[in-house]
Design a protein around this ligand. Structure first.
Ligand code: PLP
Length: 430
């Protein structure tokens, strides 16, 4: 595969951008290769600077749920732009978007738009503290909630991959109010509440963890979490930045049948633009400035173009009744095909799927928490990634991430992927 142009851009990029990339995982460091620079995307495919095409299982880490350059989504974008890009004053589309989100996600009565998932979780934590007048928060090992200081503790995604459990530059005084529990471990959760419950403002969780590879929560675990947070008057915050409008239209809250007090969103709600949001019950959200004393603001928050695109994305998903079922069926096809390949080749690997998300772990399951996934062989994943890349498949360039499907993936894509998976597993076994 010719990657000359990508290599050239990368060489130039590392002079001006740390690592040549604007988000660490994009550097392909944990798969021991140079990054591929993308020039365009259409449907389920992306194309790099050298003209190589790939079936894309990153899907912009989730937002491209309709596939790239979806015609209906893109249509009319010029009309929106011609009216102006940003005003720093309220616009109607922000109200339309908030109404749609509140109607779509029954646990929230009000929502505030921000510019990223990081801002959403950071703000939700501030609101939880302001509302409860308590200081501590609980997060789970391996869950990633963006890169704000107090949440960058034993987080997943790039921080696992690069072995930085807590980032440099985060003062101890800031994280001393962040308690970390084991994912899917009810006993640990109960003990933490018994010890610190009176000062726990809230618990933030990825209800389906996607940042230590795919590790779904047990329903029983989430039910206990709901119960215990109520008992101690702590807020339960679902981080649905990945799962919101992905695993189902109503996110993990709908899938598990559990209503959190607050929820955070990102990715899909921007339709490819930088958008995040946090919402909650009315009395909680009324704490937010200008109504209440919790300050949170943003120059480009609710940006008209981003709102138009996010709104359209959600409307297309809402209207298309079979889209989630179809994506799940495609994921099942992949799961079955890959599981069969693993068995036939006799390699130590496990395919995990939840709805339309998947991870191929190079280790033996079950994978229920951060300790379990740590046993995977990241070197083997790196080899596998390169084999698949050479066959025109773009996988997440790190073991501890998820594969995402879009509505644009086709039967042919899946057949080709399963075949490439067979050849790649065989090549790394030899
Ligand atoms: N929460 C979760 C579950 C995420 O996966 C991410 C990013 O991947 C974030 C929060 C942070 O979102 P952003 O990258 O938009 O800041």
């Amino acid at each position: 595969m010719n990657l000359e142009k990508s290599k050239k851009v990368y060489k130039e990029g590392i002079k001006y951008i740390p690592g040549g990339v604007n988000s660490p995982v994009r550097a392909f460091k944990s798969v021991c290769t140079d990054p591929v620079f993308i020039s365009k995307g259409y449907g389920s495919k992306i194309e790099d600077e050298d003209g190589n095409t790939y079936i894309d299982y990153i899907c912009s880490w989730g937002p491209a749920i309709l596939g790239h350059s979806n015609q209906e989504l893109m249509e009319g974008i010029e009309d929106i732009i011609k009216d102006g890009l940003s005003f720093g004053l309220p616009t109607k589309v922000e109200v339309d978007m908030a109404k749609l989100m509140v109607e779509s996600y029954p646990a929230i009565d009000m929502v505030r738009m921000v510019n990223s998932g990081t801002e959403a979780t950071m703000s939700a934590i501030r609101v939880a503290r302001g509302y409860t007048n308590k200081n501590k928060i609980v997060k789970f090992e391996g869950c990633y909630h963006g890169h704000s200081d107090s949440l960058l503790v034993k987080s997943g995604s790039g921080t696992i991959t690069y072995g930085v459990p807590t980032s440099l530059g985060v003062p101890e005084e800031i994280v001393k109010n962040t308690l970390v529990c084991r994912y899917n471990d009810i006993k640990d959760l109960k003990e933490t509440f018994e010890k610190h419950g009176s000062d726990i403002a809230g618990v933030i969780i990825e209800p389906v963890a996607g940042n230590m590879g795919l590790v779904p929560a047990d329903k029983k675990f989430l039910e206990e979490l709901r119960k215990i947070t109520k008992e101690y008057n702590s807020l339960l915050i679902f981080d649905e930045v990945i799962t919101g409008f992905r695993i189902d239209y109503g996110g993990a809250s709908e899938v598990y049948g559990i209503k959190p007090d607050m929820a955070c969103f990102g990715k899909i709600i921007g339709g490819g633009f930088p958008v995040g949001a946090y919402g909650g019950k009315k009395e909680i959200m009324e704490m937010v400035s200008p109504l209440g004393g919790v300050y949170q603001a943003g120059t480009l928050s609710g940006n008209p173009l981003a709102m138009h695109m996010g709104y359209k994305n959600l409307k297309i998903l809402q209207r298309n009744k079979t889209v989630y079922k179809d994506m799940e069926e495609m994921a099942i096809t992949l799961e079955k095909g890959i599981a069969e390949n693993i068995k036939n080749i006799g390699i130590k690997a496990t395919i995990v799927r939840f709805k339309n998300m998947l991870t191929l772990f190079f280790g033996e399951g079950p994978f229920r928490n951060y300790d379990d996934v740590q046993k995977c062989d990241t070197n083997v994943y790196a080899k596998y990634f390169k084999e698949m890349l050479n066959r025109g498949i773009m996988l997440p360039p790190a073991q501890f991430e998820c594969m995402f499907l879009s509505a644009a993936h086709t039967k042919e894509d899946l057949e080709y992927t399963i075949k490439a998976n067979y050849e790649s597993l065989k090549a790394i076994k030899e």
